[in-house]
Design a protein around this ligand. Structure first.
Ligand code: DC
Length: 224
């Protein structure tokens, strides 16, 4: 049985990281931490307050007023911002378009990285994000970097989003992914990078269950 490890999963937007991580955690009976949701919740807080991403002083001062928690709502893990369920709000276009800008702020990163580390203290957790294998849990027993061709990623995201937002176009989605790739990989603080010892999983031709199986095989081989 796979036990007492941290599984850290980094990778590009739209390559199935969240679904794969959730399923993996469920299969192994591990906890699951969506670190991107935390950056989205903090972004929502500042957008609601009308604070610009350039106002670094205000951002730093306000962070102490932010409490982020995860709770189960009808079997699904939801994120709570200051006791309010914001699971749906954090996925809006407005937040998707602004989150990379706020997540390049060093005070926000320091605040959230500290919180994420506390979630890993008791291990048995799958954590996904953009700096999890390199900054948050550089000593994680298992590191995975997920990627996929941008057209495949855009198509998946477009199919996911069009029921919620019928006006969205494929070119909007590809533009958003391209912008986020650039912002995530070029930001000064903790850019998205591949850890030296990461298992690189290209999901362009894989279904979700295959992705989960490949990670479980990798873990089993590593510990056999
Ligand atoms: O995984 P996601 O799309 O929900 O992540 C939202 C944004 O948060 C993404 O554009 C980059 C940022 N992020 C980050 O900088 N570090 C993390 N560990 C997770 C997400």
């Amino acid at each position: 049985m796979i036990r007492d490890i941290i599984i850290a999963i980094d990778g590009h937007s739209g390559c199935g990281k969240s679904t794969t991580s959730r399923l993996l955690a469920k299969n192994l009976n591990f906890k699951y931490l969506d670190s991107g949701a935390m950056y989205r919740a903090v972004t929502l807080y500042f957008v609601n307050k009308g604070v610009s991403q350039n106002d670094t002083k205000k951002i730093k001062d306000e962070l102490n007023n932010i409490i982020i928690d995860f709770k189960y709502v009808e079997d699904n893990q939801h994120i709570f911002l200051n006791d309010q369920d914001v699971e749906n709000e954090i996925r809006s276009d407005e937040i998707s378009n602004q989150v990379s800008l706020f997540s390049s702020n060093s005070s926000i990163r320091k605040f959230l990285v500290n919180k994420q580390k506390t979630f890993g203290i008791n291990k048995n957790i799958v954590v996904e994000g953009r700096d999890i294998t390199t900054v948050v849990f550089p000593d994680a027993e298992i590191k995975v970097f997920m990627t996929a061709d941008i057209q495949v990623r855009a198509k998946r995201r477009f199919n996911e989003m069009k029921s919620k937002n019928p006006d969205i176009t494929y070119s909007d989605v590809i533009k958003n992914l391209e912008d986020r790739d650039i912002q995530d990989s070029t930001r000064k603080d903790s850019p998205l990078m591949v850890a030296d010892d990461a298992f690189i999983l290209n999901t362009s031709d894989l279904e979700i269950n295959d992705q989960v199986d490949k990670i479980i095989n990798f873990i089993s081989n590593k510990f056999s």
